[in-house]
Design a binder for this molecule. Structure first.
Ligand code: NAD
Length: 424
């Protein structure tokens, strides 16, 4: 692993960043003390020990988490991350952001998140399956189609969701496809879910370009993180005649000033497991990549990628946050001061959870939609949500992040107020 994998101090505590943004939105909304107090901590946190018999016959223990930040607007919803740097505070931050995100796109879910501190790249398939199933049993009391619905996140995928669903069903004795989303289509998954996050990011970029009067054609693009979210975003931008000039993953960064062929790069990464060594590209450092002059920068890896230390060196007109929390609050002030148009994560990457909602609705109703219907509904929700955030940005003279947080926090606060406090 190279240096970019090591978390900085700010990355180590993204929950502080999440709370800071909550406080800013709460101040603008003039939330009263009681509602603010109720929304400033997660409803429920569960830590589980996950013992796994490894291929060498020895038992190794991992630590897993599931956090339900708020269920005021509906069941918990949020992905599962398998990564060596997973901490309880990271999961709390991600669950907090999920809460405001579901409210921004106005879908009937609260916010949750889960994770296991592990390096899935070092596990065999058998070990990965056992880890997934034992973790699922650990968080079993919290999950269910009306309770809390997991989905994929960093280093988890449809196969892992299939194992989670199967484990849950084995304990129940009947079929419950709505317990997870992001499953394979053949197990009740939705068409379009696998590429929903990247597609939603692409729609958000289109919406921003329309607003800023920029034509996507010939724009230069830099993508940090070439996984599910980043590679789909890059592919759709490439198809729209944008020029993706630099891309990175956990192994390093590549650059070609004339543009990288994204379909070929996807094949190269699938084949070699890395973006490095792609024909016609040169390797550059992570710092150099982030400071490249470009129209659109898409951080699509982990939180805390853009900090007070590197924000001033960035040369992008638009930053589309495919990742959750890639920009720290101190970097935010610098970027907004420079006039960079930031599409905040809880709006920009909400396509994933929106299609997860479609998947859950299809599972619950047993009626399935084709890909065209999924994309049409997604595009409409992304457009309406962008316009809702933009309206607050303009009417209240706040930046796009504050506007998105005001929309999300405001909707959750309204639900909490209407519910009242029980028992009292
Ligand atoms: P993924 O596991 O498919 O991909 C992650 C990618 O990031 C990999 O290519 C990995 O090599 C790369 N990476 C890891 N560390 C890096 C580093 N330090 N520098 C550069 N690249 C690095 O995960 P994903 O699902 O694409 O998630 C990426 C981001 O998008 C996360 O912040 C996640 O929370 C967010 N997100 C994902 C979804 C979803 O539906 N999958 C939805 C909303 C938001």
């Amino acid at each position: 692993m190279e240096a970019v994998e090591k978390p900085s101090a700010v990355q180590r505590n993204p929950y502080e960043a999440a709370l800071k943004n909550f406080d800013i939105a709460a101040d603008h909304l003039e939330l009263d003390h009681d509602i603010r107090a109720m929304l400033r901590d997660p409803e429920r946190e569960l830590t589980v020990t996950v013992p796994v018999r490894m291929d060498d016959g020895k038992v190794e223990t991992f630590v897993g988490y599931r956090v339900q930040y708020s269920t005021a607007r509906g069941p918990g919803k949020g992905g599962i991350r398998f990564h060596p740097n997973v901490t309880l505070d990271e999961v709390k931050a991600l669950a907090c952001w999920m809460t405001w995100k579901c409210a921004v796109v106005n879908i009937p879910f609260g916010g949750a998140k889960g994770g296991v501190t592990c390096n899935p790249k070092k596990l065999s398939i058998r070990e990965l399956e056992h880890l997934t199933r034992r973790y699922t049993v650990g968080i079993l009391p919290l999950i269910g189609p009306d309770l809390d619905i997991p989905a994929p996140d960093v280093y988890t995928n449809p196969q892992i969701m299939a194992w989670m669903m199967d484990t849950y069903e084995m304990t129940k004795g009947y079929s419950v496809p709505g317990v997870v989303t992001g499953k394979p289509v053949s197990l009740g998954g939705s068409h379009g879910r696998n590429e929903a996050t990247g597609r939603g990011v692409f729609y958000s970029i289109q919406n921003a370009c329309d607003f800023l009067n920029i034509s996507l054609e010939n724009t230069t693009v830099v993508v940090q993180g070439f996984g599910n979210a980043g590679s789909v975003t890059a592919h759709l931008l490439d198809s729209a005649e944008s020029n993706v000039v630099a891309v990175s993953d956990s192994t390093g960064c590549i650059y070609n000033k004339d543009g990288l062929s994204i379909p070929k790069l996807i094949l190269h990464k699938a084949h070699t497991g890395s973006v490095l060594g792609f024909a016609g590209s040169e390797e550059i450092s992570a710092d150099d990549m982030l400071s490249l002059r470009c129209d659109i920068l898409v951080p699509a890896a982990l939180e805390g990628a853009i900090t007070g230390e590197n924000a001033d060196r960035l040369n992008a007109r638009i930053i589309a946050e495919a990742a959750n929390g890639p920009i720290t609050p101190d970097a935010d002030s610098i970027l907004f001061g420079k006039g960079v148009f930031v599409i905040p994560d809880i709006l920009c990457n909400a396509g994933g959870v929106t299609v997860s909602y479609f998947e859950w609705a299809q599972d619950e109703s047993h009626v399935f939609w084709d890909e065209a219907e999924v994309y049409a509904r997604l595009e409409k929700i992304m457009k309406n949500s962008f316009m809702d955030v933009l309206k607050i940005h303009r009417d209240r003279h706040v930046n796009m992040r504050v506007a998105a947080n005001m929309l999300g926090v405001g909707r959750v606060a309204e639900a909490a107020r209407l519910r009242g406090l029980y028992p009292q």
